[in-house]
Design a binder for this molecule. Structure first.
Ligand code: PDD
Length: 284
């Protein structure tokens, strides 16, 4: 498996970084996951645009353009596609602030950012004929107040995800202190109620998911569904006709249980296949 680290392509086993890297010491960096199926990316441009906004926000000057990054990703996909992964690859791009002389909270940006890109096998795009049903946990969102930054500091997300995983759940949906849905530990959340598709409106408590963005755009352009970006309370979630998760690797995932409460009697509802079908047709 070939990876890219700081200007060079190499076998994964040869990739080494310093323990003084601020990505390791502080989780001081950002990342992206871009899905690719048979060499075709889903949302490469918006994923990279979000990464550049994140880099600006935390004052890291990467020194690579989007098209340079795309060439690197293209080469990794070409080298790493094989029969085993069937050409279904997630491209993971991580930029950390790099090595500085001492461990000190303030940064000087005297080092070069560390750029690491690797690919990993992902599931093929969801099929509406053989869908996966997600069973999810729910809990209070105890992460920090800048969840709009796609940072590699993921301990909060990891703890929330693990709490569900250890109890046999596939994901964990999170609520703010007013009991409104923020997102899930690695996905955005949608519900359907009386034919209206709803998702929480964006703020600093959730990531502006690219799958969410593309899905909203597709629904507004290519369907007659009514779509709302609005607050969703815990009781609205539990009483929803359908609940979905979106993320780069899931696309639209249908939820059939939220922490013991069955959604649509535990069966994937009728809107999901239409919407996943539209996503498959129009994803860019
Ligand atoms: N996770 N919210 C959080 C906290 C996430 O980590 C993710 C993505 C999303 C969905 O964003 P997008 O549609 O851009 O993938 C929402 C990625 C896939 C991960 O950490 O592996």
């Amino acid at each position: 498996n070939t990876v890219f680290l700081n200007g060079e392509f190499m076998p994964a086993e040869q990739a080494k970084i310093s323990p003084m890297d601020r990505g390791f010491l502080f989780g001081d960096g950002v990342y992206e996951v871009v899905p690719s199926y048979n060499g075709k990316y889903i949302g490469f441009a918006p994923h990279l645009a979000r990464m550049f906004v994140g880099l600006d926000t935390i004052e890291i000057n990467l020194g690579y353009s989007e098209s340079e990054l795309r060439d690197i990703c293209d080469r990794l996909i070409a080298e790493n596609s094989n029969d085993e992964n069937g050409g279904n690859l997630g491209v993971y791009i991580q930029v950390s602030r790099g090595v500085e002389a001492k461990r000190y909270h303030a940064y000087t940006n005297t080092g070069k950012p560390t750029l690491f890109i690797h690919t990993f096998a992902i599931a093929p795009p969801p099929s509406v004929d053989a869908p996966k049903a997600y069973r999810v946990n729910m809990t209070q969102d105890l992460r920090w107040q800048r969840c709009d930054i796609k940072t590699t500091s993921l301990l909060g997300n990891v703890m929330h995800f693990q709490q569900g995983y250890a109890n046999g759940f596939d994901e964990t949906i999170l609520f703010d202190h007013n009991d409104f849905v923020t997102e899930a530990s690695s996905s955005n959340v949608f519900i359907v109620k009386d034919g209206v598709i709803k998702t929480p409106k964006l703020d600093n408590h959730k990531l502006a998911g690219i799958t969410r963005l593309m899905l909203l755009d597709i629904l507004r352009k290519h369907s007659d569904f009514k779509v709302e970006e609005t607050d969703i309370s815990r009781s609205e979630l539990l009483a929803a006709d359908e609940v979905w998760l979106t993320s780069a690797t899931k696309q639209v995932g249908a939820v059939t249980e939220v922490a013991g409460t069955l959604i649509n009697n535990g069966k994937i509802g009728p809107v999901w296949p239409q919407v996943q079908g539209l996503f498959s047709q129009y994803m860019f």
